[in-house]
Write a protein that binds this ligand. Structure first.
Ligand code: LLP
Length: 439
């Protein structure tokens, strides 16, 4: 889809959040990431409203890996969202922005000892433990610091959900978490229950990303709940929390039909109340949406710098960005929709391939897409780039990363400044210094 505030004026020019994209491109340069405040806040509210229907109320933790900067953490804090972080860097960003650590979930399949200690001393609300080695590491660090670590165990439930289908498999072969069928989960729970500085709060399972069906999410919750019942019968243990991860898909293409959150949540509510034994408290449900909060809020603006028709071949349009700011087409063959600002809705469409500026044949942003006839200096707008674009950006070819601007009610706010050439060399040691070490 497009940002909720997307508008086209009589000159076929696009505005978002009441701000003309052409104005933003002039003011901040291109490429430029633009985020719409209203879309982000609507998506946050969708999760909060849906999860508040649960008893006890659930909690959403935005997955920072989709897009994070200090201002984003501040916005999330303002709306009382939880935050899922997967590294010391994401945790630092959140804490610098004044984010409440109680609403932070610390994730990651490899956490260093330093990161575990950082999370514990910052008093994050939960740590999701991914492996036996890590469980021991958490115990050691918590003992050293003198605290109890609030832990969820990451379970691999054997639900494989991809974009258009899901299967329940016996396959648990994954680098993530503890498999149910291979007995690793059982071993982890047993061990966690004996550890003095580990407080086992519940389970977590994330079953994939850009999932377009409802059933896998419901089955995931049911699997965690039934697994918990077994532990209640054998050891009298019962979870406070079941975290069903993220993964709700968005509408990148007209054929994509995202799952309905309210349908999933009400089915889970029924399951929770049907399966929880009367004498026990119903566990809280946590969710970790990333893409479905931020993808549609974002667009990327590029300047067309080259047009070229290969005789007998394709027509190419080359822009001033590419795989450095959006790796997803090259990495996942991801497909986006786009428009030429000032030409939206014109009849004279042509099929073009939009190429990036990076020195790779594979740096193609849009393959064989129908666009209005583009000319040099036109502004290309690529939609739904809010998730996993800026967060996966690189300095390949020593190209500075673009700025991120938030728009709201006719105003624009610089969230992340464009990198400069000075930024590119900031961490470099000059050659002479390197040589001095060998003298
Ligand atoms: N929780 C966990 C434990 C995760 O691993 C992920 C995503 C999420 C939550 C958020 O999932 P979401 O709601 O955003 O689907 N780079 C890929 C996506 C990788 C997702 C990794 N984990 C992409 O660009 O499509």
């Amino acid at each position: 889809m497009k940002p909720d505030t997307f508008m086209v004026d009589q000159n076929r020019q696009i505005s978002i959040g009441g701000v003309a994209l052409a104005y933003l491109a002039e003011k901040y340069g291109t490429p430029l990431y633009v985020l719409d405040y209203e879309t982000i806040v609507h998506r946050i509210k969708d999760y909060q409203d849906a999860l508040s229907e649960l008893t006890p109320p659930g909690q959403a933790f935005y997955a920072g890996k989709a897009f994070l900067c200090q201002a984003m953490a501040g916005l999330l804090e303002q709306h009382q969202m939880g935050l899922d972080v997967v590294s010391g860097g994401e945790l630092y960003t959140a804490l610098q922005a004044g984010f409440n650590p109680e609403r932070i979930m610390f994730h990651g399949n490899v956490k260093t000892r330093e990161e575990i200690a950082y999370a514990l001393t910052a008093h994050v609300g939960h740590i999701v433990c991914d492996s036996m080695d890590e469980l021991e590491r958490i115990e050691e660090e918590a003992a050293r610091i003198g605290c109890q670590a609030p832990v969820l165990l990451r379970i691999t439930p054997g639900i494989e959900a991809h974009t258009h289908e899901f299967i329940r498999t016996g396959q648990f072969d994954s680098k993530f978490g503890f498999g149910l069928a291979d007995g690793l989960a059982d071993r982890a729970v047993k061990r966690a229950l004996t550890l003095e500085h580990v407080l086992l709060k519940g389970f977590h399972a994330h079953i994939g990303s850009q999932i377009l069906e409802e059933d896998p999410f419901i089955l995931n919750a049911e699997t965690l709940l039934r697994y918990s019942l077994g532990w209640n019968q054998s050891h009298g243990w019962w979870p406070e929390v079941l975290n069903i991860g993220g993964g709700f898909g968005v509408r990148y293409q007209p054929g994509d039909h995202p799952p309905r959150l309210t349908t999933v949540v009400s089915a889970i509510n029924e399951l929770l109340h049907e399966l929880t034994p009367k004498e026990l408290a119903v566990p809280r449900i946590f969710m970790e949406p990333g893409r479905s909060i931020i993808a549609e809020a974002g667009v990327t603006l590029y300047r067309v710098l080259v047009t070229k028709s290969v005789p007998g071949g394709k027509r190419y349009i080359s822009v001033d960005g590419g795989m450095g700011d959006n790796i997803r087409p090259a990495l996942y063959q991801a497909e986006y929709r786009a428009a030429i600002d000032g030409k939206v809705g014109q009849d004279n469409m042509e099929t073009v391939t939009v190429a990036g500026r990076y020195c790779e044949t594979g740096d193609v942003l849009l393959k064989d897409i129908a666009l209005s006839q583009a000319a040099v200096d036109d502004l290309l707008v690529v939609f739904d780039t809010g998730a996993y674009n800026y967060s996966m950006a690189s300095n390949y070819n020593r190209v500075p990363r673009p700025a991120v601007v938030l728009v709201h009610q006719g105003q624009d706010y610089l969230w992340v400044a464009r990198e400069s050439y000075q930024d590119l060399v900031r961490a470099d040691s000059p050659y002479a210094m390197t040589l001095a070490e060998f003298r």
